[in-house]
Every structure is written in structure tokens, then in C-alpha cells.
Design a protein around this ligand. Structure first.
Ligand code: FUL
Length: 469
């Protein structure tokens, strides 16, 4: 019979075992290509295809090819828009669910080749990949596995079609920086649902384009953030345990995707996809519903500011151009970022750090805010009283994500005047708070157990209206 005493003892032993197991947890680290991906931070999504001309969001796949006929398509204008917005790349819907290919694929008869555009001689992927290369932008491709047009969809032959399309893209338009596998999956033209051969698709990437990072609900390289509002979780862990889950229907719950798995085994960072307009494709009646620079800035704080990347959709219109109204919003968004983060007030501050939590004597280190890894609890002291309402912290994620809890205490003439608390940091953590007029602040890394790798700290006074309260 288990007595209460034994039961309690058992619990204590179990807790001891599980906390010992937790102590042994070691953060996975990002691959080289994931590290490079993190640094791209913000880039544009472009939904473009038959839906641009039919005013739909999901085409049926029966749209006549002739409707695809942009009169002024100019990929250089798309690229200059991306550059002006400070975006680092463009991901284009090479094939959406309607199956129409923006390149003349040999695996389909529903492509630009069958359209009226440039008498069937046009190739959007060719024009865009070239324009991106010239502009110094990364080039990525959304390729919907779901295909509502292809006659082979729902049979094993379609796996060869999809694999063949990927090969064409890698070989003819590479380097492909990111490949996007959308999770939506319905019936094809024959009413059948496809059994996707994901292993085979992953092998095609490995074989033909090993440097490409692949996005899907569960990676393998980047995970979906669990919503289409551009908002990462707080906390946001760069880890996921995808075993036993599938893409689409069988994906992990959206809150897991949103926050990641605390102590997960695979490095799988979140990408936040969101559209500048209500829809993903361009619709004339949404020209007045474009997000404002302030709304975009708020999304930036909740995506990039939580350690994720931001993929902002800006759909070209039926002329094949980004409309002026979208450009105004994008450049306004860029201006807000430049104004907010242009003047790091910690540049003139002194930094102090301590190597062990019990060591109370602080030592000065490089004051340029670019000190190295393995910094523990630290203090930032301004030369004079300084107003701030934003602090940015960064972890050197090449060593993993190890900070799990932190506290920032503000001091005015050595007296504490408030504190804020946080959990995850990751690649970048932007914290905003009501303005403080202070001499210094201390950052206590409370649950990093000496393995924290803070690589940067910055402080700003940003427009009060932009502060997340
Ligand atoms: C979803 C799709 O169904 C939407 O049309 C859009 O492409 C969005 C980015 O992903 O799953």
C-alpha cells in the first residue's frame, strides 16, 4: 500500500529526476543556412497569378489561361519597392492552389506559356530572379503542393510532377533562397486528395539546392507561426518537436507553432506571414484597406521584436505593378523603423558585467554595445540621466537560445524606479515600455544558468505613440 509519506517521497524523487533532466537540457543550434536566414529579418511575399485578374483568393483551377495578362509587368519595380522598404528578399507564388505556373513548366499545360501575356513567351520567374539578383535581393519561391488543376493530382504520378517542378525551379532560376510549402490541402480536379511524398521532395532539395531553407508548418528549416496576422508568441522559442506531426491537417496545434516547444529538440524558428491588405491577392476594392505604417510597425515589434522573421505580403496588381498606395505604406513603415532605431542611446553608456551571479563587483567592458558572448547579469550606465522607452537585446544564437527568463530593473540615482520582466530573447528582442528617465538599468538573466550568450544591447527613445503598452 502506498502511504501518503511514500507517495510524497515518490513525488519528490520524480521532481528531482525531472529537474535533473531539465538541467541537462542543451539548446539545439541553428544550421549555417538557418543562421543566415535569421539575419534576413524582413522580406516581401508576393501573391500573383490568375486570382489577381478574377478577384478571387482561391482559384478553382478552371480559369482560362488567357486571363493572365498583366499589361505593364515590371519586376524591377517590385525589387525597387522591396529595397525602399528595407526588405531583404522576395518570395513569389510560383504556383498557388489553382495550379497556374508563373514559369513555362514542362510538367503542366496551365502556365504563362498558354496565356496571352507576351504571346506566351513570358516567364515571371525568369524576370524576377534576374531582377532580384541585380538588386541584391534574396529570391524565394512559394510552390503550393495542393493543385486544383493538374490532371494527375490525387495519384502517385503527381509526386513526380511536383518533384519535377522543383527541379526545374532549382536548375533554371536558382539560387533559390527559401522554398515555401503551403499547408492548405484540399481536393484536386478529380475529387481526390493527394498523398504527398514529402521524403522525396526533401531529397530533391538536398540534391539540387542544399542551401535552400524550406518553410512549412513543421519545417524542416522554418516553421509556420500558427497565424496569418504576423504575430509571434511571447515567449517565442526557436525549437520544435515535429515528430509524429504532419503538414496541413496533422500539424501541431497553432499555439505550439506560435510559441515553439520550450526545450524542443530541433532548431526550428518561426516566420510570421501577413498581408499588407486584407487578402493575399490584389483586389481593387481593398486599395483603401492597406495597413498603415503604424500598424506595420506594431507587427514588426510582435514578429521581429520577438525573435522571428517577418514575411510581409505586398501583392502586385493586374497591371503587374505594386500600387502607389502600398508603396506609400511601405516607405512610411521604413521611416518609422529608421527614426526609432537610428540613435542607440547605449552607445555612450558604460557596460558592466559580472561573471558569476554572486560576484557583485562589476567590471567595465567595451562600451560600443557590441560586446562578445557569455555575458551574464549586466548593467548599462548612461553618462547622464537619459529618457528611454525601448531596449533591444540579442542572443548570439549560433550558440543556441538559452535565456529563459530575465528582468530589467531601472535606476534613477541608484534608486530602483521600476522593472520589466521577460522570457525569451532569441535573435532579437525589442522591449517597449512607458518612458523612463534613468541613469542606469540592470539586466538579470535569471534562468540562463551561466550559459547565456547576450551579444548586444541597445536603448532608444522612440515615438511614444509607437510603444506597445
Ligand atoms: C494559405 C493559403 O491558402 C493562402 O491562399 C495564402 O497563400 C497563405 C499565405 O497561405 O495557406
Amino acid at each position: 500500500m502506498i502511504t501518503m509519506k511514500k507517495f510524497c517521497l515518490g513525488i519528490v524523487v520524480l521532481l528531482a529526476i525531472s529537474s535533473a533532466a531539465q538541467d541537462n537540457y542543451k539548446s539545439p543550434v541553428p544550421s549555417k543556412k538557418q543562421q543566415a536566414w535569421h539575419e534576413t529579418e524582413f522580406y516581401l511575399f508576393m501573391h500573383f497569378g490568375p486570382n489577381t485578374f478574377t478577384d478571387k483568393e482561391w482559384g478553382t483551377g478552371t480559369e482560362p489561361e488567357a486571363i493572365f495578362n498583366p499589361t505593364q509587368l515590371d519586376c524591377k519595380q517590385w525589387c525597387s519597392t522591396a529595397k525602399a522598404a528595407g526588405a531583404k528578399g522576395i518570395i513569389i507564388t510560383a504556383k498557388h492552389h489553382d495550379g497556374f505556373c508563373l514559369w513555362p513548366s514542362n510538367f503542366s499545360t496551365h502556365t504563362v506559356r498558354e496565356s496571352k501575356w507576351k504571346d506566351g513567351k513570358g516567364d515571371v520567374l525568369k524576370e524576377l530572379s534576374q531582377a532580384c539578383r541585380e538588386a541584391g535581393l534574396k529570391f524565394g519561391v512559394y510552390l503550393s503542393p495542393w493543385d486544383r488543376n493538374h490532371p494527375d493530382y490525387g495519384t502517385d504520378k503527381y509526386n513526380t510532377v511536383f518533384a519535377g517542378m522543383m527541379k526545374e525551379i532549382f536548375l533554371n532560376y536558382g539560387p533559390i533562397w527559401e522554398m515555401w510549402w503551403d499547408g492548405a490541402n484540399g481536393e484536386g480536379p478529380n475529387g481526390k486528395i493527394q498523398e504527398y511524398d514529402w521524403k522525396r521532395y526533401e531529397n530533391i532539395v538536398k540534391q539540387y539546392s542544399p542551401n535552400t531553407v524550406v518553410f512549412s508548418d513543421i519545417g524542416p528549416d522554418i516553421r509556420w507561426v500558427g497565424n496569418e496576422n504576423g504575430i509571434a508568441g511571447d515567449p517565442n522559442w526557436n525549437f520544435l518537436d515535429p515528430d509524429g506531426f504532419k503538414r496541413g491537417e496533422g500539424a501541431p496545434p497553432t499555439d505550439t507553432l506560435n510559441q515553439g516547444n520550450y526545450r524542443g529538440r530541433r532548431w526550428m524558428p518561426a516566420e510570421c506571414d501577413v498581408s499588407i491588405r486584407p487578402g493575399w491577392f490584389w483586389h481593387a476594392n481593398e486599395d483603401d484597406k492597406i495597413k498603415t505604417p503604424r500598424q506595420l510597425f506594431d507587427i514588426y515589434l510582435k514578429s521581429v521584436g520577438r525573435g522571428a522573421n517577418l514575411l510581409l505580403n505586398v501583392p502586385p496588381d493586374s497591371r503587374g505593378l505594386i500600387s502607389d498606395k502600398d508603396i506609400v505604406a511601405l516607405t512610411g513603415f521604413k521611416k518609422l523603423r529608421d527614426e526609432s532605431f537610428g540613435n542607440n542611446l547605449a552607445n555612450d553608456a558604460k557596460m558592466y558585467y559580472q561573471f558569476a551571479p554572486q560576484d557583485v563587483s562589476f567590471q567595465t567592458v567595451d562600451s560600443n554595445g557590441a560586446f562578445g558572448a557569455n555575458l551574464q547579469n549586466f548593467m548599462v550606465e548612461f553618462p547622464q540621466k537619459t529618457k528611454i522607452n525601448c531596449i533591444v537585446l540579442k542572443e548570439a544564437i549560433r550558440f543556441g537560445q538559452t535565456v529563459r527568463k530575465f528582468r530589467i530593473v531601472f535606476y534613477k540615482e541608484n534608486k530602483s524606479v521600476g522593472e520589466i520582466k521577460g522570457t525569451s530573447i532569441g535573435r532579437k528582442r525589442i522591449l517597449t515600455f512607458p518612458e523612463k528617465n534613468i541613469n542606469s538599468f540592470k539586466v538579470f538573466l535569471e534562468d540562463a544558468r551561466g550559459r547565456d550568450n547576450i551579444s548586444n544591447v541597445a536603448a532608444y527613445l522612440i515615438d511614444d505613440k509607437l510603444v506597445e503598452k
